[in-house]
Design a protein around this ligand. Sequence first.
Ligand SMILES: C[S@@+](CC[C@H](N)C(=O)[O-])C[C@H]1O[C@@H](n2cnc3c(N)ncnc32)[C@H](O)[C@@H]1O
Length: 273
Amino acid sequence: MPAPMNDRDLMLFTQYVASLSGIRLDSSKKYLLESRLDDLMRETKSATYADLYSRARADGTRALERQIIDAVSTNETYFFREPKAYELLKTKLVPELLGEQLDRPLAFWSAASSTGQEAYTLAMVLEQILFDLSKAKLRVTGTDISEAAVNTANRCEYTPHEVGRGLDSKQIAKYFTRWGERYKVRDDLRSICRFSVDNLLAPKTLGPFDVIFCRNVLIYFSAADKAKVVDNLVSRLKKGGALIVGGAESLLGVTERVRRREHQGATYYVAAS
Ligand SMILES: C[S@@+](CC[C@H](N)C(=O)[O-])C[C@H]1O[C@@H](n2cnc3c(N)ncnc32)[C@H](O)[C@@H]1O
């Protein structure tokens, strides 16, 4: 049984996690942090949180660092989360980007894609617009700092509970095939999606992209990290492209590089010219 987390351990971990990922965990998250690190404490036989920290710092493979990020990141997501964003895509952004040319190449980025539901929802919406994805030239890139989340996204299999969050039975039957106890995303939707591990603070993902979804992650960052992340995103946006953040997030006062737009109650940002 590890010793309880003391104030020094708490500071060590919150600073460590923030330096790796930008995720801020304030002191009120002490018990959450303890419970999330519980398995790792046991696996690594660490007597104190300071031991676990030292082990992670000394691990040249960085495997323990990745496990810590997996443990502390909040991967909450579901299909068709905040549906106004998908309506915006369907009724305005994609029709305008395609114009008359239905096979115009378009690139989408689900930045902080968690376990993949956002990227696969994008693929579902694109299929609703174009009907036949095999004739279109579409690419959905999903990235997340959590390797475990990216592995789940790549597996593209979800439990009945996961598909039931956001999708009705007709949609489940349409977009998935039954895979034992689970549901597997249809091949044509899967084929336009690619997932990889990437850190929004220093992204290797280059783009450029026509539409970037970066939702429900900016809330975890300090003002300085948020500005840095948004700058990284805007730099990867094509001319005429759109950036969509979470419903509870705003770019007001964060950057001069975007202009806010609204369509039927949905907010998005375009690069300032
Ligand atoms: C709450 S989920 C949001 C998932 C999805 N965008 C949505 O809105 O449903 C936040 C995700 O951000 C990821 N994340 C946190 N910090 C990150 C960083 N610096 N770079 C990339 N992803 C990060 C977490 O691992 C987690 O999967």
